[in-house]
Design a protein around this ligand. Structure first.
Ligand code: PLP
Length: 467
């Protein structure tokens, strides 16, 4: 019996996965109890958690433990770039599992070779080779290892207000408070300030100043750290979790020039911003800059199967032509993940999802968010590209005091997020920001529906903001 036939035979509401709601709810309640007893969650004080149950998902929507439908503008952790349960990707995963479910990384496999070809062809410049990892943090670890071996230097520079992953080097590169408990001061990482005009560390008044001053600051950091000690600068092309700060024109080109002058490897971290999210295949394409190494994960498979990797320039690949690369992974280029990547990229191409993301950003999401900003005294700034936007909430537009402190939460922010959820919208929230990150194939109608919910939820934020 198909899901549709099952739906016709019963009066009970049916979820898009074909389950009736009562059964799904009961299953969800048992899952919740088992979760609280046995599952250890990321970044959390375990006893204080009340995690949300997801019973089903389809396209831009998820269904919570009660069966309520929510628009998923979090794209989970900003990775369902072609929405939930895309039939072509589901079919490709099933086909690949039937054809050849696993093969060790030393053997050639069609799905892996094809995924590497597609990714190399989409990547800018001479980034022609792909080292596959299980996810984003591992990609960062390996990019750093490659840069260190290529240059014979150890130090890595990264920006404050960044996230690069939860493993040892990646968390030490991270420029948000999650690094603090993991930072023993011996990781060989050094942090600097990147451009962020709204909260400019350089007292800039416009984007040009911010770009110039941020570059001068980087140049000075390098001079004082010792250029000959620095292997790489790693930057999210558009920082994601840290606040979606689109770099001002000229900044990334300036970083490229500084790196070239000092023989420093430029690593672009595209784990969150890549695969269509900013309206281009990779966020760095918006700036016409070619890095030496580029990390990716998340959107490459829309998160359906875990996969990450590093795309490697010809010069760095040549370093390991006759010298073994001292690193590897049991599941590097796992066929199920590689097959999911091929199907994801192909579906995104066939269904013009990247250009849809660009159009949504320019013509729908950007203008509508700007309208919302004008209506609410709690909105300090909105910024973004494509389907990657941040709404920065403040207690006071004059002082820019954030609605939750850096690294923390507040009753006001909790109330805004709760109002979004109660209205039927699942946003990505971080400190004093609401991130609006729908899938790249979101429709105009879904944006209108989601932003109407956000608009109403921001009335709650306004109650906490100076008038
Ligand atoms: C920019 C960036 N780099 C790296 C990572 C780490 O990826 P993963 O959680 O897949 O290890 C993330 C995760 O959010 C990210 O946003």
């Amino acid at each position: 019996m198909t899901a549709a036939q099952a739906a016709a035979q019963t009066t009970a509401p049916i979820l898009p996965n074909g389950q009736d709601l009562d059964t799904a709810r009961a299953e969800g309640q048992r899952a919740y109890q088992l979760d609280r007893r046995h599952v250890f969650h990321s970044w959390s004080a375990q006893a204080q958690l009340t995690p949300m149950t997801i019973l089903a998902a389809q396209g831009s929507h998820v269904w919570d433990g009660e069966g309520n439908r929510l628009l998923d503008f979090s794209s989970q952790l900003v990775y369902t770039n072609l929405g939930h349960q895309h039939p072509k990707v589901l079919a490709a995963i099933a086909e690949q599992s039937a054809k050849l479910c696993t093969v060790a990384p030393q053997h050639v496999n069609a799905a892996r070779s094809e995924a590497a070809r597609l990714i190399a062809e989409l990547a800018p410049g001479d980034l022609n080779r792909v080292f596959f990892t299980n996810a984003g943090a591992e990609a960062v670890e390996h990019a750093v290892r490659m840069a260190r071996l290529h240059t014979g230097r150890r130090k890595i520079l990264s920006r404050y207000r960044s996230y690069h992953g939860g493993t040892e080097t990646a968390i030490n590169l991270t420029g948000d408070p999650r690094r603090w408990p993991n930072d023993h001061g011996d990781s060989g990482t050094v942090h600097f300030f990147g451009p962020f005009l709204y909260r400019s560390p350089f007292h800039s008044e416009n984007e040009q100043q911010e770009s110039d001053r941020a570059l001068e600051h980087l140049e000075r950091t390098i001079a004082f750290e010792g250029p000959s000690t620095i292997a790489a600068v790693i930057l999210e092309s558009v920082p994601g979790t840290a606040g979606i700060m689109v770099p001002p024109p000229g900044y990334l080109a300036g970083v490229r020039e500084i790196c070239d002058r000092h023989g420093i490897v430029f690593i672009a971290d595209e784990v969150m911003a890549g695969f269509g999210r900013t309206g281009t295949w990779f966020a760095i394409d918006n700036f016409g800059v070619v890095p030496d190494l580029m990390t990716f994960a998340k959107g490459v498979t829309s998160g359906y199967v875990p996969l990450g990797g590093v795309v490697i320039s010809d010069a760095i690949a040549a370093t390991f032509a006759d010298r073994p690369y001292p690193g590897g992974l049991t599941y590097s280029g796992h066929p199920l993940a590689a097959g999911a990547a091929v199907a994801t990229i192909t579906a995104m191409q066939d269904e013009n999802m990247v250009s849809n993301a660009a159009r949504i950003g320019e013509q729908v999401l950007g203008p509508q968010l700007r309208g919302i900003a004008q209506r609410h005294r709690s909105v300090g700034e909105i910024r973004g590209l494509g389907v990657f936007w941040a709404v920065e909430l403040v207690a006071d537009q004059q002082t820019k005091e954030p609605l939750a402190p850096y690294g923390g939460s507040s009753p006001a922010m909790n109330a805004v997020v709760a109002a979004c959820k109660a209205g039927g919208l699942l946003p990505f929230a971080n400190y004093n920001r609401i991130h609006i990150c729908p899938p790249c194939n979101v429709t105009d109608a879904e944006i209108a529906e989601g932003l109407a919910i956000l608009d109403k939820a921001l009335d709650v934020a306004d109650e906490h903001a100076a008038g």
